[in-house]
Design a protein. Structure first.
Length: 485
């Protein structure tokens, strides 16, 4: 059938009548119709380097967006295809093979791609090329049976991240932190990481992973607690959320933002758009996001403190700061003093310890009495909520407290809800891995203060519908409802 022409080989798109892929058509015409493929041939490195330089110069943002995003990767594929048609043809490859190979070389995640595409995976942690750990919302933490083909393939991926971020990663600078639209990465290598390069990837959820039903079903909180979450946000409370890394603080803040009054202007401050709120909430939710800008030249950097200084001019009702790490805590405290609603997170071992931790961060910005700071924090924040990733791999809200005040060097607070562990069972699964089953429940252990109930009523909250506004049925002897830390 020598006289038969395949229209698909010339770029014809069967599902789109009267349409052809112009880049494919041009590439085939340039090759004289000879595009036979060779399975054992590798794309010339000089072509990969040429395209990579072009992309970093002209389409750096698209490269960054393509990590872990198939839609953006297809857009990058189109840019690469268009560029290749302007270069001399490479014998033995179709345009599609070249484009795919180069896109994979520039923005592919190699063996990690399959994990990054799973909605339930939150973290990928590589202790070396042959040791990959996964954090999964459903499966918990586990050692994957997947490895890179070689140490060189692993290092190639690490260098992709470095190149796309525009940073350097050398013996004199062995650590690299990079933020991309769909993930953030941390690299530690060379002589610092003794047993191989350490790579940690946090995957940003593009959807809201939790809702009322999931929260109750998975035991993150009880059904009785749900109306309190709504009351907190609709009354524009000032909330400190604490917990270790990976306990679900950010995801819960995303959920809480859906409990506020829709029209309440809310500003979210982040290092990078980890929350992806515009993909979750429509414009009717009145949400804006401001990002910090980190530069080696401090004169062009924009810090959390810089962002906080402009908040009060934006007629904001609620400020959400993804995570407090240092001196920006002082600026956030000053915002809380103005009566604005505030939602933020930090790392601390408990809701009570959050106040002490918060004061330590403030001291990075000011030199004043730590006792004064703790008193001010306790008076200007309403609630503390603490999350834990427990032995059974489940994330739970283990504490909700109301901050009352600070007297005689002691934090005064009321525990409202606690997670009570009744039994822990240990067993070996089919893979001989140690697993745990935790039997327990969320229990109400306290009542909101009269001051807080009055404030909720003033904000239009029907307090009669909140269990936490009612007296406890019976207080057992010795049970302490008012915490003193």
């Amino acid at each position: 059938m020598e006289n038969v022409i395949s229209l698909e080989d010339l770029g014809y798109i069967p599902l789109m009548p009267e349409r052809i892929n112009i880049e494919t058509f041009i590439y085939i015409i340039k090759s004289g119709g000879h595009t036979s493929t060779t399975t054992n041939k590798e794309i010339p490195q000089d072509l990969i380097d040429t395209v990579k330089k072009y992309l970093l110069d002209e389409h750096k943002e698209l490269i960054q967006e393509s990590f872990g995003d198939e839609v953006k990767k297809k857009a990058l594929w189109g840019v690469v295809s268009q560029f290749i048609t302007s270069q001399p043809n490479i014998e033995g490859f179709t345009l599609e093979q070249l484009a795919k190979g180069i896109v994979d070389a520039v923005a592919g995640l190699d063996v990690l791609e399959a994990f990054a595409e799973q909605d339930t995976v939150t973290d990928i942690i590589c202790n070396n090329w042959d040791e990959i750990w996964i954090k999964d919302l459903e499966k918990g933490d586990y050692l994957s049976n997947v490895t890179f083909k070689s140490k060189e393939a692993y290092l190639a991926l690490c260098n992709k991240f470095v190149n796309a971020s525009g940073q350097t990663w050398t013996h004199s600078k062995p650590k690299c932190d990079a933020y991309f639209p769909n993930m953030r990465i941390n690299l530690v290598g060379f002589d610092i990481s003794k047993y191989g390069v350490s790579l940690a990837i946090r995957i940003f959820g593009k959807t809201l992973r939790i809702n009322d039903e999931i929260i109750v079903e998975e035991g993150l909180a009880s059904k009785e607690m749900l109306p309190l979450f709504t009351a907190m946000m609709r009354s524009r409370s000032r909330i400190l959320i604490s917990g270790e890394t990976g306990t679900g603080k950010t995801e819960f803040m995303k959920y809480l933002l859906g409990k506020k009054v829709k029209t309440d202007k809310t500003l979210v401050l982040q290092d990078v758009d980890e929350m992806n709120l515009k993909q979750i909430y429509s414009k009717e939710w009145n949400l804006s996001t401001w990002l910090t800008r980190e530069r080696e030249d401090s004169s062009t950097s924009v810090t959390y403190e810089d962002l906080l200084s402009g908040v009060v001019r934006q007629t904001i009702k609620i400020i959400c700061i993804n995570e407090l790490r240092g001196r920006e805590a002082w600026g956030a405290k000053k915002i809380a003093e103005t009566g604005h609603g505030i939602l933020t997170s930090l790392h601390s071992p408990s809701a009570a310890d959050s106040v002490e931790r918060y004061s330590s961060m403030c001291l990075e910005a000011v030199n004043i009495s730590k006792e004064y700071l703790q008193q001010s924090i306790a008076l200007n924040f309403d609630y503390g909520m603490h999350f834990e990733l427990m032995l059974d791999g489940k994330r739970r809200l283990t504490e909700i407290v109301e901050y009352i005040g600070y007297e005689n060097g002691k934090l005064i607070y009321t525990p409202l809800y606690l997670f009570n562990v009744k039994e822990i069972k240990e067993f070996q699964d089919e893979h001989d891995q140690t697993k745990f089953i935790i039997n327990g429940s969320h229990e109400r252990v306290g009542k909101l203060s009269g001051r807080m109930i009055k404030e909720l009523k003033f904000k239009g909250i029907k307090t009669s519908e909140l269990e936490v506004t009612k007296e406890l049925p019976v207080v057992k002897e010795g049970e302490k409802l008012i915490g003193i830390s």
